[in-house]
Design a protein around this ligand. Structure first.
Ligand code: SF4
Length: 367
């Protein structure tokens, strides 16, 4: 490879997928961090000095790179923000228990407080038990509903109202494609935004890695020798996302800038097509990242109907529809339904458990 096009001194070791630039390792690290800083500044992600902000930490490459870069940038540019690591323990043996060990090491390495919130404590169910009960079809629907609320609850415990997630440009491009193929414009709008707030959540959520390519995140983690966990969940991700990922890889082969092009297209669609009339943060759009589209989700969640007066929508003068919010009559957490989705799912699990099995001492069930 030739000389680095930035410093003109070192040998180029990296070809950047977003623009084809050939650069050296030290320029790559500098540019990668600078681009994240630019994203933070341009979108005013940290408007308040002294704020405590949670980083959703899984121990994977994205959230580890997010924590590492934010620590470096906070020190370099003095955002005046205190970061706290917030992890969710879904109760998946052989996956989450190992990745949480990585997060515990990260907390020491980055000198950040760590809070771990478990499904077992919040809902009385681990994902291992959920899968034992419902099988592998639809398990991600339960997991996604539980995780979203668990993150909010964890942040609330920490008295924090802003959560950062490690979604990268590839994740967002996949989600834009999925929502486009489903014709789900409200969700498409939400996934393309860098910051979201919701009437069903007291939390603001931001994605500082929104414009960072997955390949560069892996490279950054490699060059910085970051300590992260790279095993996939044993209960496998959604098939539809896998198809969107394959499509994106094929597009990238023909046009390397496809990832960012699709992210930008999503933003443009939000602005041009759905901006004026979108249903802002509709309750049914609060399902897990996989979206509302699968028939299985509809089967699992389709019984939820909002009676008049609780979680209703109304139209504003600019044509937007805004949803009002109440609290769950069961757990007291914010919900646009009389009973929140997490409580409905827990209730259905408990009823199924009581009706189909005889519980043995160790939690084992005979069907
Ligand atoms: Fe949960 Fe599904 Fe993700 Fe596994 S793949 S962590 S079950 S949402």
């Amino acid at each position: 490879m030739n000389q680095c096009v930035i410093c003109q001194t070192n040998r180029a070791q990296v070809i950047r997928p977003k623009n084809g630039q050939k650069i050296c390792k030290s320029c790559f690290l500098e540019v990668f961090e600078l681009e994240i800083h630019t994203t933070i500044v341009e979108n005013n992600i940290f408007p308040n000095r002294g704020e405590r902000v949670a980083i959703g930490a899984s121990g994977g490459k994205d959230s580890t790179v997010l924590a590492a870069t934010l620590k470096a940038l906070n020190e370099r540019y003095d955002y005046g923000v205190e970061f706290v690591l917030l992890s969710i323990d879904e109760g998946i043996h052989g996956y989450r228990d190992d990745s949480l060990e990585t997060v515990k090491r990260n907390a020491i390495q980055y000198e950040m407080e760590l809070c771990i919130v478990g499904y077992d404590t919040l809902y009385g169910w681990t994902m291992d038990k959920v899968v034992e009960m419902v099988g592998r079809k639809g398990n991600c629907t339960y997991c996604g509903v539980f995780r979203r609320q668990a993150l909010d609850r964890g942040a609330k415990q920490l008295d924090i109202s802003h959560i950062l997630t490690g979604h990268n440009a590839d994740d967002i491009a996949e989600t834009v494609l999925m929502n486009f193929l489903r014709g789900d414009l409200p969700r498409l709008g939400r996934c393309a935004e860098i910051m979201t707030a919701s009437p069903t959540s007291a939390m603001k959520r931001s994605k500082p890695l929104k414009y960072a390519y997955e390949k560069e995140i892996v490279l950054y983690a490699h060059y910085r020798e970051l300590d992260y966990f790279s095993t996939e969940c044993v209960y496998s991700p959604e098939a539809f996302r896998g198809n969107a990922r394959s499509l994106l890889k094929e597009l990238e082969k023909i046009r390397p800038s496809s990832v960012l092009d699709i992210v930008r297209s999503g933003e443009q669609l939000v602005h041009d097509a759905i901006g004026p009339n979108k249903l802002r943060y509709e309750e049914q759009n609060e399902w897990y990242e996989g979206g509302k589209g699968s028939e299985n989700d509809k089967h699992i969640l389709g019984n939820l109907k909002s009676p008049p007066g609780h979680g209703t929508t109304h139209q504003t003068t600019d044509g937007s529809r805004i949803q009002t919010i109440g609290v769950c009559e069961n757990c007291g957490y914010m919900s646009s339904q009389p009973i929140c989705k997490a409580c409905v799912l827990v209730d259905s699990l408990n009823k199924t458990n009581a009706s189909v099995g005889v519980s043995l001492g160790g939690g084992q069930t005979i069907h």
